[in-house]
Design a protein around this ligand. Structure first.
Ligand SMILES: [Zn+2]
Length: 449
């Protein structure tokens, strides 16, 4: 089947679609997905795709989602490729090229959303178009979902679809952003397929004291209590290490594939004391990643207290963005924080969303793992738990097994981790060229008869 496809032409077509999508200013907030959805609708129309198999559903003015379906024989349940079309805002003055130009410059397609995630969506669209053109005989329906509101709470996109249009997105498996592209870990090329996401708990930490006049200082000052608690958190470096089954799965997969002596010491990372020591001694990206994978994290982000320089406030508040490992409740995290900060401050959770995990022994995961390994035989393929949350958390809650899968080979000087939401967001053409055949192989083998 692959021999019929001209991959250079497919790459050019993908770039064309991507450029158009990047020119649609779908900044969220406020969210204005309509122009991007209309571009995809038009592409499908030009292709002669049956109108009755393309549904456009609106949750609010300009907040729209497009769901297209290729029918299989129904012997197995559908697979969905879902990509959000909304993007985060830009600070234009920090960009070297127009963030909404969609220009191709020196081997990169530039624009807000190129990497998160209009580029990936364009690859999904290309795969979908190819399946339609080739009349690929399917045992499962193949669903293409272009959706709204991933960047600001999911309400108009995945949450809306799950609650109001469940039938349109009913699938056994789904893929979305965040996985199977090259991460350079020292000399190792790692391809991480996202299988889980951490849960979110936002916590208010408050120092309480006695109000008074700034000219008559006393010892019961709320700001100083809060400052002391934050200093303790800072000194502790991290909350306790938990070795989760997913982290063990990552270690096992990595240990089995890394040929250097590093592979054999992987097992040591199953020991919480070793991991804790390593976090304390490491720095930069390694420290951040290791901490995110093995601990509940707690990041102070908003600080509030006082209203006048000569008035001692009775309360000082910091809001903290905490991310929970699988199996950890908000109460567990609060206990861990309390142990460190002491009892001069109070803790109060004010937002929660749960993490999710999809199986790494499913036939679909195994297919993705196999294809990714074939795409780059020098690389290692490991399951990944994401510190952040994507549409996967909403879909998983609805019973769909969702993976972060957007395969492709990235150049060594391109950091995927630094690219999301960054100035000068762009995606390498070489990545699209290397990833398209892999994505096609995965979908055509798994959904085809
Ligand atoms: Zn995204």
């Amino acid at each position: 089947m692959d021999t019929q496809i001209n991959w250079d032409a497919a790459t050019d077509e993908t770039i064309q679609h991507l450029s158009h999508l990047l020119q649609a200013q779908t900044i969220n907030p406020p969210g204005n997905e309509l122009p991007a959805i209309l571009i995809i609708k038009e592409i499908l129309e030009k292709e002669g795709f049956p109108a009755e198999d393309v549904k456009i559903v609106e949750s609010a003015p300009n907040r729209v989602n497009l769901i297209a379906r290729l029918h299989g024989d129904g012997s197995e349940r559908p697979v969905m490729m879902s990509g959000h079309v909304d993007v985060v805002p830009v600070e234009r003055e920090h960009w070297d090229h127009d963030p909404f130009g969609g220009e191709v410059i020196d081997g990169y397609v530039w624009g807000r959303g190129a990497f998160d995630m209009k580029g990936f969506l364009s690859m999904y669209l290309q795969t979908f178009l190819q399946a339609y053109r080739q009349k690929l005989p399917l045992k499962r329906d193949l669903i293409l979902a272009a959706i709204a509101d991933e960047e600001d709470g999911f309400d108009h996109g995945s949450k809306f679809l799950v609650s109001q249009h469940r039938d349109l997105i009913d699938a056994e498996y789904g893929i979305t952003e965040g996985g199977a592209f090259t991460m350079y870990l020292g000399k190792t090329k790692a391809y991480m397929i996202q299988v889980a996401e951490k849960g979110v708990t936002w916590i208010k930490m408050t120092g309480h004291g006695t109000p008074g006049h700034g000219s008559l200082p006393h010892d019961d000052n709320s700001i100083l209590y809060l400052a002391e608690a934050l200093e303790r958190l800072n000194k502790a470096q991290h909350l306790p290490v938990h070795i989760t089954p997913i982290f063990k799965g990552m270690l096992k997969a990595a240990g089995g594939q890394i040929k250097s002596p590093l592979g054999s010491v992987m097992g040591l990372l199953g020991n919480p004391t070793v991991v804790s020591a390593l976090i304390n001694r490491s720095s930069g990206q390694t420290k951040t990643l290791l901490k995110a994978l093995t601990t509940n994290t707690c990041t102070p982000t908003v600080l509030r207290s006082g209203s006048k320089t000569n008035v001692i406030p009775s309360a000082a508040v910091v809001e903290m963005d905490c991310r929970r490992l699988p199996g950890q409740s908000p109460e567990d995290v609060m206990d861990e924080i309390h142990t460190i900060v002491g009892n001069k401050v109070t803790l109060e959770p004010f937002y929660r969303s749960d993490g999710n995990a999809s199986p790494i022994d499913s036939p679909f995961y195994q297919e993705m793992e196999k294809v990714t390994r074939q795409m780059d035989p020098e690389g290692i393929v490991i399951p990944l738990m994401m510190p952040g949350a994507t549409d996967a958390c909403v879909y998983t809650e609805a019973g769909i097994k969702v993976y972060g899968y957007t395969p492709g080979i990235l150049p060594a000087d391109f950091s995927a981790m630094a690219m999301g939401h960054a100035h000068n967001e762009r995606i390498p053409v070489s990545y699209l060229r290397s990833g398209l055949p892999a994505l096609w192989q995965t979908i055509s083998e798994f959904c085809g008869k």
